[in-house]
Design a protein around this ligand. Structure first.
Ligand code: NDP
Length: 253
């Protein structure tokens, strides 16, 4: 029960990594605010959270929408009185040859993955700074620091999340608010399933290159997310924690 008495707000909590982290936090005793655009998914996730014995609040918001984010954070603070942990997991993939990439899709990737992270950090951060405590975990990617063809918009957004995390971390650490980033490797989620189904991703070569010889599962990210949320990581500031089974550092063919 490393998060007992804490309140965590998780974006992208309706499915995938965000849902897994929300449930992992609940199992560690945290009350959870679940945010995404799809109410039905949030309600299913919240039922699982409540089944652990903690409280859950669901709020629909598009993280690109400044007013919606401000309203959701205000509602969460009104309901629970505090937010101790923020996880920014709301995100979309973007796979396209750059010459075919429309400006609209570019804005989608940057808007949700990067601007959404900024808006949620800013809104929750104000409340955390006022209390002088808090932990923020942004979900980046291997694309935050590596180049992969046909991912220019996604890489720009996730590279932005990495540098945003570092700059924010040094700005807020003196005031008791830690900001870190998890860079998940290739994780089996609805997002990845959709890319595979669309023929945009092949798991076989990924597994062949991964020293752990598998893709990641959502459960692989829960421990790191609990650790970064808890006081066990009190001196970790502005770090990137790569969770990829060794894919990123593998140096052979
Ligand atoms: P999923 O598609 O499974 O889940 C994404 C979640 O984000 C959903 O709950 C979705 O709900 C929500 N979301 C998407 N757009 C918005 C929006 N505009 N406003 C609010 N919520 C939104 O994705 P994953 O769980 O796989 O990915 C989670 C994060 O992890 C993303 O940032 C992704 O880039 C990152 N990541 C994933 C990897 C993987 O291999 N799966 C690898 C590395 C990073 P809704 O659509 O209803 O709003």
């Amino acid at each position: 029960m490393r998060l007992a008495g804490r309140v965590a707000l998780v974006t992208g909590a309706g499915r995938g990594i965000g849902r897994g982290i929300a449930l992992g936090y609940a199992r560690e005793g945290a009350d959870v605010v679940l945010v995404s655009r799809t109410a039905s998914e949030l309600e299913h996730a919240a039922a699982d959270v409540r089944a652990t014995g903690v409280r859950a609040l669901t709020l629909t918001a598009d993280v690109r929408d400044e007013a919606a984010v401000e309203a959701a954070v205000a509602a969460a603070l009104d309901h629970f009185g505090q937010i101790d942990v923020l996880v920014n997991s709301a995100g979309i993939p973007m796979v396209a040859a750059t010459t075919e990439l429309s400006l609209e899709r570019w804005h989608d990737a940057i808007g949700i993955n990067l601007t959404g992270t900024f808006l949620c950090c800013r809104a929750v951060g104000r409340a955390m700074l006022a209390r002088g405590r808090g932990s923020i975990i942004n979900i980046g990617s291997l694309h935050s620091f590596q180049g992969i063809p046909q991912r220019a918009a996604y890489a720009a957004s996730k590279g932005g999340v990495l540098q945003f995390t570092r700059a924010l971390a040094v700005e807020w650490a003196p005031h008791g608010v830690r900001v870190n980033m998890i860079a998940p490797g290739w994780i089996r989620t609805p997002l990845q399933d959709a890319l595979v189904a669309a023929g945009k991703l092949d798991r076989a070569p990924i597994i062949a290159r991964t020293p752990a010889r598998r893709v990641g599962e959502i459960a692989d990210l829960v421990g790191p997310a609990v650790f970064l949320a808890s006081d066990e990581s009190a001196f970790i500031v502005g770090e990137m924690m790569v969770v990829d089974g060794g894919w990123g550092i593998y140096g052979y063919i």
